[in-house]
Design a protein around this ligand. Sequence first.
Ligand SMILES: CC(=O)c1csc(NC(=O)C2C[NH2+]C2)n1
Length: 130
Amino acid sequence: YDREEHTLRELRIFLRDMCKKLASNKLFFMFTKPVDTEEVPDYPTIIKQPMDLETMMTKVDFHRYECAKDFLNDIELICQNALEYNPARTSADKQIRHRACSLRDYAYTLIKTEMDTDFEEKCQEISKKR
Ligand SMILES: CC(=O)c1csc(NC(=O)C2C[NH2+]C2)n1
């Protein structure tokens, strides 16, 4: 039991660092906080499952991620939401779509290069048992 809790503690430390790195990149500022439904009233009519990096940091602290795959699923959600909400040919929409794709690719690459494969496999085994 303790060994598993130690593994998940180490995962949370890694994922907090991931959130920090992603949120500190100016390119991704529009993904750092929930969309303000006062400013953008049609957002919740289009995007049914909003996600952002600040919410993800809170989910880390609430032990909502048991492996990096679960974390990347929420990164994917941020990306898909942005592609859905910004479909237009305008440069504004194109720029947000490009940044959403950059966020996704940067997150996958950070995890692939900085996380030990065996460690993620151990986390996924723990996650399956729970
Ligand atoms: C987080 C997100 O995807 C987002 C926040 S504002 C926005 N889009 C716009 O403000 C307009 C540019 N075309 C609509 N997208």
